[in-house]
Design a protein. Structure first.
Length: 132
């Protein structure tokens, strides 16, 4: 059955280094997908960079709604801007950061209803690499 998810129904997630709202997922009635609206503010001087995360058994597709940034992954560093799409393979460590003066706004798609169950966050790249 079709349904409309209102902004007030979006689930606010507590994730390091970003503001994230889940707008579609298993908890909102989806069977096999999740969408998140993410905002990443530019880093402040002296701020510690957040570590990467990994989605163990599923891909992530990131669409840049607005802003500029960098997606750092095991396969390299990728500059991103409004209109770009980033494809992250399952199992690849990655982190996205804002650059410039404006927040980076993203729409993130996952082909699973529960992203958290298959994701691990790491405090740093060193911690992630030593855990592998």
């Amino acid at each position: 059955m079709a349904r409309v998810v209102k902004p007030a129904e979006a689930k606010l997630l507590s994730l390091p280094g970003r503001s994230s709202r889940e707008i579609a997922s298993g908890s909102l009635g989806a069977d096999r997908l999740s969408f998140r609206l993410v905002e990443i503010v530019p880093p402040q001087p002296g701020e510690i960079r957040r570590g990467p995360h990994v989605h163990h058994d599923f891909e992530e597709c990131i669409y840049v709604l607005s802003g500029n940034g960098t997606t750092e992954s095991e396969s390299g560093e990728h500059q991103i801007q409004t209109g770009d799409t980033v494809l992250i393979p399952a199992g690849e460590l990655h982190a996205t950061r804002a650059s410039g003066d404006e927040p980076l706004r993203l729409l993130c798609f996952f082909p699973v209803a529960d992203v958290g169950a298959g994701t691990t966050e790491f405090p740093s790249w060193d911690a992630a690499r030593s855990a592998r």
